[in-house]
Design a binder for this molecule. Structure first.
Ligand code: F3S
Length: 100
């Protein structure tokens, strides 16, 4: 499965959502998550994210492993998102701070 890591928080660009063919994304006030039971591993979302927040599970660094469980749990709690929405206020500032 694919996993949304920390860089999404405070940005929430949702370009990833626009590329997803199976509606595996879920959203809250700060970021998105991927439902591992729905993701088909197509990889379309990875290059779409301006802050490189999405990582294939097997490519996660040691200190990113906890994002697997966080995504799985959050996907059960937050509503599905199927269409792009406006980025969060300050998203571009955070993107620059992240070096992208
Ligand atoms: Fe987040 Fe990147 Fe998608 S910032 S909403 S993972 S395009």
């Amino acid at each position: 499965t694919h996993v949304v890591t920390d860089n999404c928080r405070g940005c929430r660009y949702t370009d990833c959502v626009a590329q997803c063919p199976v509606a595996c994304f879920h959203v809250n006030e700060a970021r998105v998550y991927i439902n591992p039971g729905v993701c088909i591993d197509c990889g379309a979302c990875i290059p779409a994210c301006p802050v490189h927040a999405i990582v294939e599970e097997f490519d996660l660094a040691e200190d990113q492993q906890h994002w697997i469980g966080i995504n799985a749990e959050a996907a059960t709690r937050y509503p599905s998102i199927r269409a792009r929405m406006a980025p969060l206020e300050g998203a571009d500032d955070r993107r620059r701070a992240l070096g992208y």
